[in-house]
Structure formats: C-alpha cells, structure tokens
Design a protein around this ligand. Sequence first.
Ligand SMILES: *Cc1c(COP(=O)(O)O)cnc(C)c1O
Length: 414
Amino acid sequence: MEDFTGTTGVTRLRTSRTIIDDESRYLAHNYRPLPVVITEGDGAWVTDVEGRRYLDALCAYSALNFGHRNPSLMQATLEQLGRITLTSRAFHNDQLGPFAEELCALTGYDMMLPMNTGAEAVETALKLARLWGYRVKGVRPNRAEIIVASGNFHGRTISLVSFSDDVQARAGFGPYTPGFVAVPYGDADALEQAITKNTVAVLLEPIQGEAGVLLPPDGYLAQVRRSTERHAVLLIADEVQSGLGRTGATLETERVGVRPDLVTLGKALGGGVVPVSAVVGNRDVMGVVRPGEHGSTFGGNPLACSVGRAVVALLDTGVPQANARWLGAELGKELEALTSSGVVGYRQVGLWAGIDVDPALGSGRDVCEALLRHGVLAKDTHGSTLRLAPPLTLTDDELDYVCAALTAALDELA
Ligand SMILES: *Cc1c(COP(=O)(O)O)cnc(C)c1O
C-alpha cells in the first residue's frame, strides 16, 4: 500500500477498495474486473496491494505464456531499452529482420508482417486475403467473400465484431462490414457448401478460446484444408490464443497436422511485455502487398522485436511446449476427478481448459470469486464456463495448488 495524493489534494491510504472506487469514476466501464488490485508479478504468481499472493491461472488470456517477468524476456527488454525503442518503418532497424527470420524458422513459413495487437494481425490477414483474391485468384473488384465460424472471437475492431455472433460484442456497433459469411463451427461440410467463386478465404480459430476452449471434431481442420485447397481458397488460422505453446505445440495447427496459408499470432508473442503480433505465411500470399498499402506506426518496432526474438528463442528450445504437454496430462486427470463434484463438462488440451461448472453452484463469475478467495486468478467466459490458462512455466506443485483451490472453491459453493 502506498499513500496517494489525487486531484483533490487529500492524501489517503491506497487500499484495494479505494483504488477500485477511484478507478470506476475515471475509467470507462468496458470491463468488469474481479475485485483484486495487482501490483507485482513473478513467474506464475502475482501480489496485490495488500500483500496477498495469487497464482495467475489466466495469464492475460495466454499473453503471459512464459509467466510474469520471465528472466530471459526481461534481459532482452532491458538490453533493448538501453539501445533504441522505436524507429518507425520509415527506416530499417537491426531487430526486425532477425525477428522475421527467426519467427519464420520457428513456424515454418516464408515471410511475416509485424503488427501490435491480435485484432490488427487478423485485420492484416483479411486484407492480405482480399488482395490475393483480386490480384491472384481474379475475383471481381469488391466481391471478395470470407467465410468465418459461429462462436468466433477475432478481436474488437468494427470489421471483426461485424461477423461475431456474440450479442454483447456486436450489438450497437453497426453498420457492419460486409463480405463475411458465417457457418457453424466444426461442420466442414457446411463450410464447403458456403464456398462460392468469390470466396477468397476461410478464417478459423483452431480452438475457440473465448467461446469456452471449444475443440472442433477430430479431422475438422484437415477436411477444411482439403476443401479450401480444392476451391483455391486461403485458409487463415487465428492462433493468437492457441499458438505459441499453449496446447503443447508451437502452433495448434501443427499439432493437428494442418498447414494454413496464413497464421495470425499475438498475445504471447509479446512475452507479456509489449503488444506484438504478426501474420506469417508463404511468399505466394504474403508477397501480394506492396509499399504503402498497409502499415502500422508501432508495428515492427525494435523493442517489440527484441522481446519477440526472446520469445521465439524460448519456444525454439521446445521446453514450454513439452511442459504444456506433460502438465496438461496431469491437468486432464485432475479435471476428470472433479466431474463428480461440480464440474459438468470440460475441454482441455495442453495447459488450457474450459470447465463447465454446474449452474446450480453459481455463475462462472461466482466460481472465479471463490477461486480468488482461495488464491487463484481465473476468468469465466459465457455463463458458467471457467477458463484456465496458467503459464507454461508452471511446476507440478503449482498445478496441484491450482487444482486444490478449484476443488476448495467448488466445495465452498456446493
Ligand atoms: C485475443 C484474441 C484476438 C485479439 O487480440 P487483441 O490483442 O486483444 O486485439 C484475436 N484472436 C483471438 C483468437 C484471440 O484470442
């Protein structure tokens, strides 16, 4: 706790309560956070202003895959802070080229295009797909169609919410961007039937994170890949949340043996330090964009690139992915055991789980508040589903701590 002199000139103690009250006066209410005020983080753990410690099992929706203040990411950040942080793309900098090369080597693609947030990476992929459609596939001007899935989450821009079916995310933001067609997620036949001569791309999350960690049926992505290939349609995988180790592989599409034309990355690519996102793909698609057609003031800045390079170096060792696989197997066993006490269903892959709690026990929010009392931070999504995404650097003991807290929270609500 620290003393704080606000605009009123009155000094008062900054407790969680006063901080939350002050914040809600000055901050737009586009979120409803859990009542905890974090001031420090280290690995899987955070500390609030009263000195209470919590295990962070949300990890900023997988933006903190390597934990808080990961030592090698901190070292890269501090070294780069001592050199230069921003150049703009009007000039070259000495970090962007190596970052591009290293990210391409990690993911197995020819080229990358750097942006900042996940939404920008997805927008970029959609723009590339439209350019490709007009310049390579020969679609007539302004006719391009892109197929998306029900239940999708790709970010918050007007175009991205235009094809969301989440009422809260979409309602009130029209008029909506045309050119998108939605089909049920997991139904590869419906998707193939929606392809027309104007279809340039299919945009999918390999696993739908925001929708509750929904895994598609086995073989779905492979079947979609075959039909997109047959009809000369690009497959774009949005791996902003599923990618970079979360599911036990560098890319979830790689884990299921599918190679998309474009992959969007974000969240963990910035190591929890700065926003870093990118589209990776092969030269035949990435090569369509020409100078002046797309850009970002901050995209590819040297600070972002040095952090991104350190993230790639971590994933290059294969250690985070292996830990996600190993601990994921443990997590699966623990969740199985909970199905008799308050858990009515769950999906889990690697260190990522969507857990449906018996609505009789309370809402997802109630479970998260109970978890908070037991020292674990997590987030609900859609009703009574709880999402867990602890850091991939978790230890066995820390996983036990999370599972014990979950058991205790469910007991408390029962
Ligand atoms: C979080 C997320 C995004 C948007 O990322 P932002 O950095 O919040 O813009 C896009 N796609 C998926 C799958 C995501 O999980």
